[in-house]
Ligand binder design. Structure first.
Ligand code: AMP
Length: 282
């Protein structure tokens, strides 16, 4: 596995490989890799000749009071995991490689899908994401790019950006990978104490309960949200950020459930802000 820090160097290598007709897959990450990330890597390996994983904790997507400084950084163990998976290139730039002095450009999707859910709670977050992902796309020149559906809104926004800006890239959404007890895998799960970790399983339990109610005929979104709230607040550690039931295409709020919906939850357990979601097909 080649480990490259310099964007220009990686871009040159990938250009050569593309001239040889190689199909390129990229998996953008912030590191602290777990099975969720590795599932994206395996998808890329299956469908491409060359797989690039990027590890970059992007300062532009963190708010001033968020966890940029404490975000887990586990480079050695990440590197070993990626080597085992047979990854071809690991792109691991420093902040100055990505945003040198005088850097002044942003990419922003101006669509209703940006200001809802996490976008409403984390102003500027998705602008940071679309800016860094545009740069990563230009550096890695992928045919296919892999994103997890745990970050469902991010996936929708990136798809929109790719379409609007004519990036010649196929964006692939990969289903959520969970721990055995249902908790969605996340680098931020590392923040949880043992007790918080136990209670965090309430998130997926509440989503499954919601699914069950809807499948039994409940159509009132308020009632479903109330049930989710009741389950999450069984924990003394939980602090709800949002519980939303929305259209999976445009993220508009749904009040009466008579077609497929996305139920999305963001909830703090201690200092860990965890997100999860479920799409219920009707
Ligand atoms: P992150 O390192 O958290 O920015 O995540 C990098 C990529 O991995 C994103 O596309 C995430 O959606 C994806 N990802 C993170 N956790 C999971 C998971 N539990 N299941 C599937 N994909 C995930």
């Amino acid at each position: 596995m080649f480990i490259i820090k310099n964007p220009y160097e990686l871009q040159c290598k990938i250009k050569e490989l593309k001239l040889q007709g190689k199909r390129i897959g990229v998996v953008p990450t912030m590191g602290a890799l777990h099975e969720g990330h590795l599932t994206l890597v395996r998808e890329s390996k299956k469908n491409n000749d060359i797989t690039i994983v990027t590890i970059f904790v992007n300062p532009k997507q963190f708010g001033p009071n968020e966890d940029f400084n404490s975000y887990p950084r586990t480079f050695e163990s990440d590197k070993n995991k990626l080597e085992k998976e047979g990854v071809d290139f690991l792109f691991y730039p420093d902040i100055n490689d990505m945003y040198p002095d005088g850097y002044a450009t942003s990419v922003e999707v101006e669509s209703g899908i940006v200001n809802k859910l996490c976008g409403a709670k984390r102003p500027g977050h998705f602008k940071g994401v679309t800016t860094v992902v545009s740069k990563l796309f230009n550096i890695t020149l992928p045919d296919n790019a892999y994103f997890g559906l745990k970050d469902y809104q991010q996936y929708l926004i990136i798809r929109k950006m790719v379409k609007d800006l004519n990036f010649p890239i196929n964006v692939v959404g990969v289903p959520i990978v969970r721990e055995e007890d249902g908790l969605a895998m996340s680098s931020r799960n590392k923040y949880l104490s043992d007790e918080e970790r136990k209670d965090a399983t309430l998130i997926y339990k509440s989503l499954l309960k919601a699914k069950n109610l809807i499948e039994s005929g409940e159509k009132d979104a308020q009632k479903i949200k109330k049930t989710i709230l009741e389950i999450l607040t069984q924990s003394k550690f939980s602090k709800i950020d949002y519980i939303e039931i929305v259209d999976p295409e445009n993220l508009e709020e749904v009040s009466e459930i008579n077609k497929s919906v996305l139920i999305a939850v963001a909830c703090f357990f201690g200092k860990a802000r965890l997100i999860d979601n479920i799409v219920i097909k009707i």
